[in-house]
Design a protein around this ligand. Structure first.
Ligand code: FPP
Length: 285
């Protein structure tokens, strides 16, 4: 949190909002459905690709802000299993934006302790994208700051189906009777090791979950803004967090029950506390 306060300009809306946030009750895991790139471009009579390009700036500022705030995990929905239905040119633009983002920002992500991981059917991604991701993941694997998960060729239903098939395969090789409970089943999901999202942000005013993290968002607080993704900035993130902090999470219980926070799983390979990431705040502008 202190890195964010040091970064925010004196007298700015970001500083005013950040000062209202309770640093002890930050969401551990924020997930984002980045929506509205196309409509942002259309409003400006620009090609859809321009919307995606502008969306990368929001990706950058959101990652940096989460890192400076000391959020443990951020998951971005960048490409769904359904997105292959888009024109080939648009799909290729998305891959080339991802590649250039990784090439340009990897040093800065590494220096700021960000650990990258990917969820989805990644074996179906273009070979060049798979190779760049593998090297970025390997390079950031030892980092202990923000865990940044990018969902690529991701679908919540396919994730569950993949997990079920893995359970069956495991049972076959081990020769055991097939039996899972919620906690053992979660270990088969792409997100094994990540706590469930506390907060799900969706831009562009659509109120739906679009096949994103279907298992994991059972008790997630959802915050929707009318802003298109390319217009999403630090102040919007802070507003979402403030709104989250004003909500009462009962997890199906009663309001005077003790919090269940202490029971949540630790982040695998990452700091489990909301402590400050190393040197965050040093991202190049
Ligand atoms: C949704 O807008 C956005 C996407 C499907 C892609 C998001 C990708 C990026 C922001 C760029 C690359 C990502 C990274 C992680 C560097 P939409 O096209 O569905 O908008 P519309 O609903 O207005 O048409």
């Amino acid at each position: 949190m202190k890195h964010f306060l040091a970064w925010a300009k004196s007298g700015s809306r970001e500083l005013e909002l950040a000062n209202r946030i309770d640093p002890k009750r930050l969401p551990r895991h924020i997930a984002v459905i980045m929506d509205g790139n196309g409509r942002w471009a259309k409003k400006r009579f620009l090609p859809r690709a321009a919307g995606h390009r502008a969306g990368v700036k929001s990706v950058r500022s959101t990652i940096e802000a989460c890192s400076r705030l000391g959020i443990d995990a951020l998951t971005l929905y960048a490409f769904s299993v359904e997105n292959w239905k888009r024109p080939k040119d648009e799909v290729n633009t998305l891959w080339s934006l991802l590649l250039s983002y990784l090439r340009q920002e990897l040093d800065s992500l590494t220096e700021n302790g960000v650990r990258l991981q990917v969820i989805g059917r990644t074996a179906e991604l273009p070979a060049e994208v798979q190779a760049e991701l593998a090297s970025a993941i390997a390079r950031t694997a030892g980092n202990t700051g923000l865990t940044l998960t990018v969902a690529l060729n991701y679908g919540g239903r396919s994730e569950i189906v993949d997990a079920v098939n893995q359970v069956i395969a495991d049972a076959r090789t081990k020769g055991d009777a097939v039996r899972v409970d919620e906690s053992s089943f979660e270990k088969y999901l792409y997100t094994a090791g990540l706590p469930d999202p506390d907060l799900l942000i969706r831009t562009s005013g659509e109120v739906r979950v679009s096949n994103f993290l279907l298992w994991q968002i059972a008790y997630t607080e959802i915050w929707v803004t009318d802003k298109f993704w390319p217009d999403f900035r630090e102040a919007d993130l802070l507003e979402a967090i403030l709104d989250f902090q004003g909500r009462e999470r009962r997890f199906g219980g009663l309001s005077d029950e003790p919090s269940t926070e202490g029971d949540e799983p630790a982040l695998v390979g990452a700091s489990a506390s909301s402590s400050e990431p190393p040197a965050a705040g040093d991202f190049s502008e």
